[in-house]
Design a protein around this ligand. Structure first.
Ligand SMILES: [Zn+2]
Length: 133
């Protein structure tokens, strides 16, 4: 049996590593988690460098993995008014140009993003904070 090499954990995924990523909602804020899972190398083991999480919009590779796993839903923002714009901007951190495109074409959100956007719009509208018109 070989000596355990505790001091030399791999810091890159091997070819058998599988990337998992998901999003969640914590107190009306978008969060994300990502981790590698592997039955071969230590990179995919818990408590190594293969695990990551954060708040706010997911990084590109994390979001891509979420989209691959869960797909997207089209969020229609037309007619949503100011609450819709505020919700999308808060959840996704879009720049103004991206925001305009999202209003014009709808936005391909992940199911979790869509749920949070809808929840914020509904909450703000119900609270009477929507701008008139
Ligand atoms: Zn691996």
């Amino acid at each position: 049996m070989p000596e355990p090499t505790t001091m030399s954990l791999p810091c890159e995924p091997c070819r058998r590593c599988v990337f998992h990523a998901w999003q969640l909602i914590d107190r009306d804020e978008l969060c994300w988690r990502a981790e590698w899972e592997c039955d071969t190398c230590a990179f995919g083991a818990p408590d190594t460098c293969g695990r990551d999480e954060g708040r706010g919009p997911a990084p590109g590779d994390v979001r891509a993995a979420v989209v691959a796993a869960e797909g997207t839903v089209l969020v229609d923002l037309r007619g949503g008014g100011v609450p819709a714009l505020r919700a999308v901007r808060k959840v996704l951190g879009l720049r103004l140009a991206q925001l305009h495109a999202a209003v014009r074409d709808g936005y391909r959100a992940t199911p979790v993003e869509a749920e949070l956007i809808t929840r914020l719009i509904t909450g703000w509208t119900a609270a009477g904070t929507a701008a008139p018109g």
